[in-house]
Design a protein. Structure first.
Length: 144
């Protein structure tokens, strides 16, 4: 088994933890930074729950042959989403999360990439994103 496949398998084992440990932040959609509170989570029972940045969604799926397989459409809330960017993001996420989705792992960024056709979504563990990292502490100036 190659090293990246081993790492990808370990990551998908990590996403199949209880909800508190299964949260992934949607970092980007189709190359653009995600807006709103875009997130997705997976459970060992095959449940998928998330937010497009505007509306919540839930459904079920499975990981099979390096693909995330979602057989039925996600249930999605239908709140008004103000703005072209958030609507485009929501449409792309909804289009992506159906059928067979290719799953790949970027070992340089520890990101999981989901792709289907022209839609691509990059996920990072909710506690691993750039906005989650604390600024380095600086030493106070020395008294002279």
């Amino acid at each position: 088994m190659n090293r990246n496949l081993t790492r990808l398998t370990a990551l998908f084992a990590a996403i199949a933890l209880p909800a508190s440990a299964a949260e992934w932040r949607i970092q980007s959609v189709n190359g653009l930074p995600a807006t709103g509170d875009a997130q997705i989570g997976f459970t060992v029972a095959g449940e998928i729950v998330g937010n497009t940045g505007c509306n919540g969604f839930q459904g079920s799926g499975r990981f099979e042959d390096d693909k995330l397989v979602i057989d039925r459409p996600m249930a999605v809330t239908r709140m008004f989403c103000d703005g072209d960017a958030i609507n485009a993001q929501e449409n792309a996420i909804e289009a992506l999360l159906t059928g067979e989705i290719l799953v790949s792992f970027d070992p340089f960024t520890d990101a999981v990439v989901l792709s289907k056709g022209e839609n691509v979504m990059t996920l990072v563990l909710a506690d691993n994103g750039p906005e989650e990292q604390a600024a380095p502490e600086t030493a106070p100036p020395a008294d002279n």
